[in-house]
Design a protein. Structure first.
Length: 261
């Protein structure tokens, strides 16, 4: 069965996330339905990372398997002709049967956008924080999350998947803040993420910027699991799956705002 690697961008506002769910509109469902129509039969579609309801993707990766052989450009145009405007296939490449979008990945990168001003155009893609934020404090706080830590204070258990509870130990490779105009951009990269982890960490960084959370508080949250971070969960609107990284892949050093074309 031929295998293709898809690179996908989407606006997640209308969807209950990436993952297929019963009685819910998801991005995976929309692409799978389009692929089944294109291939005139069953297909296998697996994403490299999950996104929650309302979360977007700059470059989600998925592998697609189908019994009918089509050229990459035929799949690219064929899927995009069948997909809604808020989902777009950016690239299609033929890969070996061993490639697995999820298991072959070595890291995932997420981008969070915080707006320091009210915006008429960017509301679905940012978290507007009205309070003044100390970016220096946020930068120092972000650095504390790098390394191998227990993120039990920064996640929820997703019972909807039916999976067993996973370890809450995660190694964060990059946790960095930059600014771009009126935006505060946060990039976090790790081998894997826990449910709501990025939004909880972002919420704590904003509290640090407000002056409500100290470095000592963050160290305590990492060392002693507690529910204290839950009320600070950032909204999904500002969160983007930036890229799924495979062996040999890299990210640009500069943290760039999500494209809005």
């Amino acid at each position: 069965m031929p295998t293709w690697k898809l690179t996908i961008e989407y606006e997640g506002t209308r969807y209950r996330g990436w993952q297929e769910q019963i009685n819910a509109k998801t991005v995976q469902d929309a692409i799978k339905s389009a692929a089944m129509n294109l291939f005139e039969g069953p297909v296998e579609l697996m994403g490299g990372g999950r996104t929650d309801a309302g979360v977007h993707a700059i470059a989600q990766t998925a592998h697609l398997k189908g019994k009918k052989f089509l050229k990459p450009h035929e799949i690219l145009y064929g899927l995009n002709d069948r997909l809604p405007a808020d989902i777009n296939i950016l690239d299609v490449r033929t890969v070996t049967a061993e490639f697995h979008a999820r298991h072959s990945a070595v890291a995932r990168a997420y981008l969070y956008q915080i707006s320091t001003r009210r915006t008429a155009f960017g509301k679905p893609f940012v978290w507007w924080v009205k309070d003044p934020l100390d970016v220096k404090r946020m930068t120092q706080a972000a650095a504390l999350f790098e390394g191998r830590h227990n993120f039990a204070s920064f996640c929820d258990v997703d019972t909807s998947t039916g999976e067993k509870a996973k370890s809450t130990i995660t190694e964060v490779k990059i946790s960095r803040i930059e600014t771009s105009g009126d935006l505060i951009l946060y990039r976090i990269v790790a081998s894997h993420f826990l449910w709501k982890m990025v939004r909880r960490v972002t919420g704590v960084l904003v509290e640090a910027g407000r002056g409500n959370v100290t470095e000592r508080d963050i160290k305590r949250l990492l060392q002693h699991p507690t529910r204290d971070a839950a009320p600070w969960t950032a909204p999904p609107s500002g969160l983007f799956l930036e890229k799924i990284l495979y062996q040999g892949d890299s990210l640009p050093e500069e943290i760039r705002p999500a494209p809005r074309l």
